[in-house]
Every structure is written in structure tokens, then in C-alpha cells.
Design a protein around this ligand. Structure first.
Ligand SMILES: [Zn+2]
Length: 362
């Protein structure tokens, strides 16, 4: 009998981790655990993170596409694993641990919150008071208009600091119209500090985990006739032509080189930081949505989605990107950037990319 039980264990199919169940109104994730396994939860508006120790599981990346859960990722580590569950809007997480003789199951239910009007009263029923407003937190987006005040940024047919502020203000309006809360790093022609390292540090600090995403807006320049749009998420690069641009955006000159070295060393440490790696994946997704949306709206040259050690996004714990909307010194693109019409087109495209990301839960 003992042998039979043993055989049944080793012959049992390897159970998925987690097992997934899709139900009306909720998505269920079941984690089968050994008696010694431990776990710990943390949650932001977008992501439920569960850190396990005492489990041995394979890496996976699974699209769920239910009304409650967009996807989940399992990232193994020494002696354990971390699971990132990407949540959609208007959901609530409930967990329970079920234990019987020889197994433990951690059950995570992600439930849709009821919306007003989802249960219309039947005819003839007495009038009922309006259901309470759902306690859903608005999404919070941080917009960083690059440069400002004593720092004009790139200067050509336009001045970078003026374009970035104008785009941020237009984008703020568009996002607020969609019920999204917007935090601006600046709302006037001002620097945050005369010291560029402090200035960039203050902007970067706004990308904290109480917000949903961070977008730093910039205008490019180049010694040649380069043109087009590119979107960056954080990471190291060995491309020397890219480094010149990164140093310029990181404050230029000796300071820019120092801040770039600092950001590069953060990049090296991030390689072994699971949470940062997961967040970078979401940043890359956001970058692709925003880039695709801007290219479609403008027909501009596609300079791609790339990684580079920009100081302002080096420590972000939320999806964070830096967009270069065009070249200030290009004779055609620079002049396009002068017009209200083109700026509005860019702002609307940025908004569409952001909304696609927020609504897909990444
Ligand atoms: Zn810039």
C-alpha cells in the first residue's frame, strides 16, 4: 500500500503552478504547496506579487486574458519562486489556505467588483437606494516634462523644454478626461533644482509604487539629419552613438557622464533583481504600445524601442519609459514640432498608448 501510494505520487502528472480556473465573476489561481513552503503577498494597484520559499517550479509566462487577470509570470529563484499576477482594473483579491491530511493549497481569487447598474431592479420591485460607488482607485500617471527653467534641453527649430511641457499639459488633459489622475513633475517653465543631479533625482523619485506608470517626455537632437521617434525603457547599452544621447539627457558634460555611470551600475545590479526584471518587462510592453501608437498617428520614422541607462528611470518600481518625440534640429520634423496640430496629434497618440497599457493591465 505504501509502495502504491509512492508510485501514485511519482506517476502523478506534474501539476501546473498555479492551476488556473476561469469562473463567472472571478479568476482562481491555486498553488499546490508542500507542508514546508512559505509565502508572502504584496500588492500594487496593478500587480499582486507572491513570494514563495520551499517550492521548486519552472519559469512560465501565461496570458490569462480574463476580465480580472491579464497575465501571470512565475520566476524561479534559489529555494523558491516569485509569482507576479497582473491585475485588471476594478478587482479585489481574496486568498485562503486550504489544508488537509497531506496537502496544502493556497487559493487566490481575483473578483470583479460590482459596478453600479449591473443588477437592474426587476419591474415592480420597490425602489432601492443607489448602490454605493465602487471603491476603485483611479489610475495615477506621472508625466515628466523633460528639462525646464535654466535647462532648455535640445534647441533647434523648437526648444525642447517648451515642447515637453506643452505635450505634458495636453496629455494631462486627455488622460484626466478618461478619469486618470495625473501628476506632473513640473507644470511651468521651471527646473526642480539648479543642480541637475538633484533635479533628475527629484523627478525619478516620483516614480514610486503608489503610482501606476511614469513617462518622461523629451525632444531629440543630433549632429546629422536624423529624424523619427524612439521610446526607451531602462537598461544598459553598448551602442556608443546611443551613449552620447544618454549623457546629454543625463545632464551633459562631466555631470552627464557621471550620472550615466551611476545608471549603468544600477543596470548591472538589476540583472539579478527579480522584481525589477518583471517591472522592466511591463516597461517594455508600455514602450511598444506608445511607440506603435505614435508611429501610426504621425507616420514618423521608426527609430524603435530601445534600452538605455537614463538616470531619470533607473530606479523606477513602476512601468517607466522615456519618449523622444522627434528631432528639434531636423528641418522637417523640427518644424512639425512647432505646430499645435502636430503636438496635439502626438499627445493623443501618447494617451492612446497609455490607455491601451492600463486597460490591458500590461
Ligand atoms: Zn531631453
Amino acid at each position: 500500500m505504501r509502495l502504491l501510494a509512492f508510485l501514485m505520487v511519482i506517476l502523478a502528472p506534474v501539476l501546473a503552478f498555479p492551476r488556473l480556473g476561469l469562473h463567472e465573476g472571478y479568476t482562481r489561481l491555486v498553488f499546490d504547496l508542500d507542508p514546508t513552503a512559505l509565502y508572502q503577498f504584496s500588492q500594487t494597484p496593478d500587480t499582486l506579487t507572491i513570494r514563495f520559499s520551499g517550492v521548486t517550479v519552472a519559469a512560465s509566462d501565461t496570458e490569462v486574458s480574463s476580465p480580472q487577470v491579464a497575465s501571470y509570470q512565475v520566476v524561479p529563484s534559489a529555494g523558491g519562486a516569485t509569482v507576479f499576477v497582473r491585475l485588471r482594473q476594478n478587482v479585489e483579491v481574496k486568498t485562503s489556505l486550504l489544508t488537509d491530511a497531506n496537502r496544502r493549497r493556497l487559493v487566490v481569487d481575483v473578483l470583479s467588483l460590482a459596478r453600479p447598474g449591473s443588477n437592474p431592479p426587476s419591474a415592480g420591485a420597490p425602489a432601492r437606494p443607489l448602490p454605493p460607488k465602487p471603491r476603485t482607485q483611479p489610475k495615477i500617471v506621472v508625466l515628466d516634462a523633460g528639462h525646464g527653467g535654466i535647462d532648455p534641453g535640445a534647441v533647434g527649430f523648437v526648444v525642447e523644454k517648451e515642447v515637453t511641457l506643452d505635450l505634458a499639459l495636453r496629455l494631462q488633459q486627455l488622460l484626466q478626461n478618461q478619469g486618470i489622475e495625473v501628476i506632473l513633475t513640473r507644470n511651468s517653465d521651471a527646473h526642480l533644482s539648479r543642480d541637475k543631479a538633484t533635479d533628475l533625482g527629484m523627478r525619478a523619485d516620483m516614480a514610486n509604487s503608489k503610482r501606476n506608470l511614469f513617462i518622461s517626455i523629451h525632444v531629440n537632437s543630433a549632429p546629422n539629419t536624423a529624424q523619427g521617434i524612439e521610446v526607451y525603457y531602462f537598461g544598459n547599452t553598448i551602442d556608443p552613438s546611443l551613449l552620447a544621447q544618454v549623457i546629454r539627457e543625463n545632464g551633459g558634460g562631466e555631470l552627464g557622464r557621471r550620472l550615466t555611470r551611476e545608471a549603468q551600475s544600477v543596470g548591472e545590479r538589476l540583472v539579478s533583481d527579480l522584481i525589477a526584471q518583471s517591472n522592466l518587462k511591463f516597461s517594455r510592453q508600455l514602450a511598444h504600445y506608445v511607440q506603435a501608437s505614435m508611429l501610426q498617428a504621425t507616420g514618423a520614422v521608426d527609430r524603435g524601442v530601445r534600452q538605455a541607462p537614463f538616470y531619470v528611470i533607473r530606479n523606477a518600481r513602476i512601468p517607466a519609459i522615456l519618449v523622444e518625440v522627434g528631432f528639434a534640429n531636423h528641418p522637417v520634423e523640427g518644424r512639425r514640432l512647432q505646430t499645435d496640430e502636430y503636438r496635439q496629434t502626438l499627445a493623443e497618440a501618447l494617451a492612446r498608448g497609455i490607455l491601451r497599457f492600463l486597460n490591458n493591465g500590461g
